[in-house]
Design a protein around this ligand. Structure first.
Ligand SMILES: Cc1ncc(COP(=O)(O)O)c(C=O)c1O
Length: 374
């Protein structure tokens, strides 16, 4: 394998970010200090929501919400099979069952028109995912949810700053989750956030992220089962500093995406991300897919050719229901044919704020040469 010439992802770190982190290290408040509420308030403010609850990952954010909403054995949670596995695992953590709804072939989001048919008397939660930063049609999701009296938690882990019909993704449901791994639009190293207007829900999550402690009670007083899902002040300081540049990050990523769309438009081997007319995509990754006439094996050959040429790439995503342990839940190949067809052909290309035009040209040339071998 060649040395990697262009990585798949790279965080955008400035001297301000470094200074913000170092400043925390010069205080005794490495965790549960002042940067935690500052970061929470800043993200809640950005979202126009009452509360932010910072946690150590997007997965933890999802878990706390599923638990706070009381899901358990016998309960069902509707989500997408075309997502990062945590979107579904959060139900399994509490013994509930993820029920998948196949995706829309164009948007790669859960097909909102099929949600209703998946609702049963056991459905306790709808968990739409704004995949790759492209918002779900939330009016349709909310219509179904309200008609059936089911709460909605938006998995907005890939969609910070995206908008749908003039509203930020993550502001439609009862609560939403964000994630800040270094490949995300903004990073805290590791980290996540719950955002909600529901004060009691936020308070419960605050307690559960900190070993079930209640505010003001002693360090060894645990009112309920909880976890250590705390986010340190070091991470929060980085998050605050990154959040200040988030609008610029989102713009930079949109420009990189536009350049790819132009450069790849003429390749009939590829299906490119469709234009989005309902608002703004907050580009998380740039994923193309091979046309229907190609197979998964051919896609895998393109990925390994790109890797050999030093181009970071990935197969975002293997369908969740085809992960080995989901077979134990009774899921089988063929259950969600649109998802499977798309997932077998996807290619995530290098994508980050500071991807230079020169490096992008290299990626495009390498992709063309890989496609020529098909
Ligand atoms: C859609 C989605 N949900 C949840 C998560 C989980 O976030 P984390 O990796 O911070 O646990 C991710 C992270 O990649 C994600 O993409």
């Amino acid at each position: 394998m060649a040395d990697e010439r262009v990585p798949l992802a790279r965080p955008d770190l400035s001297q301000d970010d470094i200074d913000a982190v170092v400043a925390v290290l010069e205080t005794p408040y490495l965790s549960l200090g002042p940067k935690l509420p500052e970061f929470e308030a800043a993200l809640a403010d950005f979202m126009g929501m009452a509360r932010g609850v910072a946690v150590n990952s997007g997965t933890s954010a999802l878990h706390l919400l599923v638990r706070a909403l009381g899901l358990g054995p016998g309960d069902e949670m509707i989500t997408s099979p075309f997502t990062f596995i945590a979107s579904a695992n959060c139900a399994l953590f509490e013994g509930a069952r993820p029920v998948f709804v196949d995706i829309d072939e164009t948007t790669w989001n859960m097909d909102a028109g099929r949600i209703e048919a998946a609702v049963t008397e056991n459905t306790r939660l709808l968990l739409p995912v704004h995949i790759f930063g492209r918002p779900m049609p939330m009016d349709r999701v909310m219509e179904t949810a309200e008609a059936r009296g089911i709460p909605v938690v938006e998995d907005a882990c890939e969609a910070v700053g995206a908008t749908y019909r003039g509203r930020l993704a993550g502001t439609f449901g009862l609560a939403s989750t964000f994630a800040f791994y270094p490949n995300k639009q903004m990073t805290t190293g590791e980290g996540g956030m719950i955002v909600t207007d529901d004060e009691p829900l936020a308070d419960l999550c605050v307690s559960m992220r900190n070993q079930g402690r209640d505010p003001g009670a002693g360090w060894l007083a645990h009112a309920r089962l909880g976890y250590n899902y705390r986010l340190s002040d070091i991470n929060c300081a980085l998050g605050l500093s990154q959040l200040a540049r988030l609008p610029a990050f989102i713009d930079a990523r949109a420009r990189v995406a536009e350049r790819y769309l132009d450069a790849l438009a003429a390749l009939d081997e590829l299906v490119l991300p469709a234009p989005y007319t309902d608002g703004r995509v907050s580009w998380f990754v740039f994923v193309v897919r091979l046309a229907d006439r190609f197979t998964q094996e051919q896609r895998d050959a393109v990925l390994s050719d790109l890797t050999d040429q030093g181009i970071g790439c990935s197969n975002y995503f293997t369908p969740v229901h085809l992960q080995p342990f989901y077979a134990d839940l009774g899921y089988r190949p063929g259950d969600f044919p649109v998802c499977e067809k798309v997932a077998a052909r996807t290619i995530a290309l290098p994508f980050y704020n500071r991807l230079t035009e020169a490096d992008q040209d290299v990626v495009v040339e390498c992709l063309k040469s890989a496609l020529a071998c098909l």
